[in-house]
Design a protein around this ligand. Structure first.
Ligand SMILES: Nc1ncnc2c1ncn2[C@@H]1O[C@H](COP(=O)(O)OP(=O)(O)OP(=O)(O)O)[C@@H](O)[C@H]1O
Ligand SMILES: Cc1ncsc1CCO
Ligand SMILES: [Mg+2]
Length: 267
């Protein structure tokens, strides 16, 4: 059996056997997230209707749930899918977009957390608020540094028995015991909408590839974004050209380059 111990090895393994990833994401993110998965080497399917979301989760290799553009019907689909993923042993990822903004979102996220996500991925403001802290987030945008969210992430990971990923200038990943920081990316990334949502879907793709190493899979997905983001920023004139260069950089990124350039440190 091939060992999938580095981000590059996991990227290679994903491309050799592209996983089917069910993405329940928001209207803003659907197109870019699907393109991010295709460019990286996974198969996305945006399936959210309550009538089919659970049935689909049973055939997908991983599920991702993002509450960005929420409605009651979507919540029904999310819960059905999360239950089906758990009962069929598939990893699932929660992206609690702006959950602190309204009671509707807070309640939806509390119910989803009770269904035991395998991984939680959010920006610093979202993770601070999930741990009960005072976050300065404005709508979907983070206003807090990642360093400020590290304690919250560790607490949340222990309480939920999940891997928690906090993204921003330097990303942070923990399972409650281990923790790492990942450098890279670009200041242009938060200027392009839904790249965080797309990353959540890619975390699902890596988790499908390495379900035996959820921590490593999460680190690999974030590392892929970090290096492709750096590469895309080199020739970008602004967020517009960064956006298409980023898809090209994801598609062009190979395992060796990823492993040679990634900067991961123990936290
Ligand atoms: N200042 C920055 N410098 C480098 N990379 C960044 C910076 N801010 C964000 N990133 C990168 O952008 C990607 C998306 O993370 P971000 O924290 O912006 O998600 P988000 O706030 O959930 O985004 P969205 O809600 O728009 O989808 C990650 O790969 C992260 O590392
Ligand atoms: C802008 C926006 N609004 C709801 S979801 C979303 C995508 C980034 O989170
Ligand atoms: Mg987000």
């Amino acid at each position: 059996m091939q060992t999938k111990t580095t981000p590059g090895a996991m990227l290679k393994a994903m491309r050799e056997k592209p996983p089917l990833v069910q993405c329940i994401t928001n209207y803003v993110a659907m197109n870019i997230a699907a393109n991010v998965l295709l460019a990286s080497g996974a198969s996305p399917a945006m399936v959210h209707a309550a009538e089919e979301a659970g049935e689909f989760a049973a055939i997908a290799s991983a599920l991702t749930i993002n509450i960005g553009t929420l409605s009651t019907q979507w919540i029904d689909g999310m819960q059905a899918a999360a239950k089906a993923a758990t009962s069929t042993g598939k990893p699932w990822v929660l992206d609690p977009v702006a959950h602190y903004a309204t009671a509707f979102r807070r309640n939806a996220v509390a119910e989803l957390l009770a269904l035991s996500p395998t991984i939680i991925r959010g920006n610093a403001s979202e993770i601070i608020a999930l741990a009960g802290g005072e976050s300065r987030g404005q709508g979907v945008d983070s206003r807090d540094p990642v360093e400020q969210a590290e304690g919250s992430a560790r607490w949340l990971a222990e309480r939920q028995r999940a891997v928690v990923a906090v993204t921003g200038a330097v990303d942070f990943v923990t399972d409650g015991e281990r923790a790492v920081r990942i450098e890279g990316g670009s200041v242009l990334m938060p200027q392009v909408t839904a790249l965080g949502c797309s990353l959540t879907c890619l975390v699902g793709a890596f988790a499908a590839t390495a379900p035996e190493d959820i921590f490593g899979a999460t680190v690999a997905a974030l590392s892929t974004f970090a290096i492709a983001g750096e590469e895309a920023a080199l020739g970008a004139a602004g967020p517009g050209s960064f956006s298409w260069r980023f898809l090209d950089a994801l598609a062009a990124l190979d395992a060796e380059t990823l492993d040679a350039r990634v900067r991961i440190s123990v936290a």
